[in-house]
Ligand binder design. Structure first.
Ligand SMILES: *Cc1c(COP(=O)(O)O)cnc(C)c1O
Length: 365
């Protein structure tokens, strides 16, 4: 069945389908009438809910990039530090590292997980001041051996869980393997707000306490500044209330996303490419990523079937123009950036839309 002009295109994402509109409107009304818009019960409640969910101590902040920066500062990173990170993850960690006055040391990723791996970590020269592991596309990285190595070397490990909130292995959640973690509640994330938001997570109460101080001017108690590197990065009560409504649904939403990926995995011809996913809880299905040989041709075939696609991410961090070419090559990272393509994947997709993506995938052989 061919796509015709009368069919709507299948979007990569569509947040306007908000199926929880009435509940969100009720929550917004309660917050508005509470007269308290920052630092109130909803933010404290959300932090408690994240802890009860199994994510350690939680400190709500303004966005995911701030969460990364404050997590790095809270584990002790300072200006001049070398911080190990991947170069295929949208420049978020690089932004946080640069904000501290530290500098990123990029290492290559494993093409099966799209993340840095134990062998790529061990291949680097010299020791970094800290390591950032980004669980990209919702795939929990091979993080246990990295965590062990960091622990043995006394190097703090920070996880970027922005795309992997709810991913787990052996019952252990992404965000609880390292010393601290950052998550984002950007609207398209699996746990999304209706605006910016993020959180620092840590199983270590002292690290969480430092992040708590840093998000509000470096205060110890009100108006008493005890820490360098503080700022204002608050989550507001409205967003916290929306997120508290959505958190209990996170696991279900992740399962729905994984179900969509399972359909794509079945429909994708082997010769056309490979889908980066896993059929278990170590994958949140944040993005449906295909690694394909001829990306332009693949996108044209899908586009002709009415299917929108995107690229996450087209330019690796170490090749961004601001550097003016100072980094050595990273072959796997660069190959992924040239060959990844993102398919539509979001919980509100209709059966018809999923079927149309699958049919178009069948034509990519
Ligand atoms: C979205 C995202 C961030 C940043 O979150 P913001 O809330 O947009 O600042 C960081 N890391 C990854 C991997 C992300 O996907």
């Amino acid at each position: 069945m061919a796509w015709t002009d009368t069919d709507a295109r299948v979007p990569v994402n569509d947040l306007s389908r908000a199926e929880d509109l009435d509940e969100l409107a009720d929550r917004a009304r309660d917050v508005i009438l509470s007269g308290r818009y920052l630092d109130g019960n909803e933010v404290r409640g959300l932090e408690g809910d994240l802890t009860a969910h199994g994510l350690g101590h939680a400190v709500a902040v303004g966005n995911g990039t701030d969460a990364l920066e404050l997590a790095l500062r809270a584990v002790g990173c300072v200006a001049g530090d070398s911080i190990l990170t991947a170069a295929n993850a949208g420049f978020y960690a690089s932004t946080a590292i640069l904000r501290i006055g530290a500098f990123p040391t990029y290492i290559d990723v494993d093409p099966t997980t799209a993340a840095i791996s134990p062998s790529t970590v061990l291949s680097m020269r010299g020791l970094p001041a800290a390591v950032v592991v980004t669980h990209l596309y919702g795939l929990l990285a091979d993080i246990e051996p990295i965590a062990e190595w960091c622990h043995a070397q006394d190097i703090p490990l920070v996880e970027d869980c922005a795309q992997a909130l709810g991913a787990r292995r052996g019952g252990k959640l992404a965000g609880t393997f390292g010393d601290a973690a950052a998550c984002s509640f950007y609207p398209t994330k699996n746990l999304g707000a209706l605006g910016d938001g993020g959180a620092v997570l840590s199983v270590n109460p002292e690290i969480a306490q430092r992040a708590r101080s840093l998000r509000q001017y470096g205060w110890d108690e009100r108006n008493v500044v005890t820490q360098h590197g503080g700022r204002n990065s608050r989550l507001d009560e409205l967003q916290a209330a929306f997120l508290r409504h959505r958190l209990p649904r996170l696991d279900g939403l992740n399962t729905t996303r994984r179900g969509i990926l399972a359909r794509y995995a079945e429909a994708l011809p082997e010769m056309a490419g490979r889908l980066l996913w896993r059929p278990d809880e170590s994958c949140t299905g944040h993005l449906a990523i295909v690694v394909t040989r001829d990306r332009d041709r693949f996108r044209r075939t899908l586009g002709a079937g009415g299917i929108d696609t995107a690229i996450h991410y087209p330019v690796p961090d170490h090749r961004q123009p601001l550097w003016r070419g100072t980094f050595p090559p990273l072959p796997e990272t660069e190959a992924l950036c040239e060959h990844v393509v993102t398919l539509p994947c979001f919980p509100g997709m209709t059966e018809d839309e999923i079927g149309r993506v699958c049919a178009a995938l069948g034509r990519t052989r």
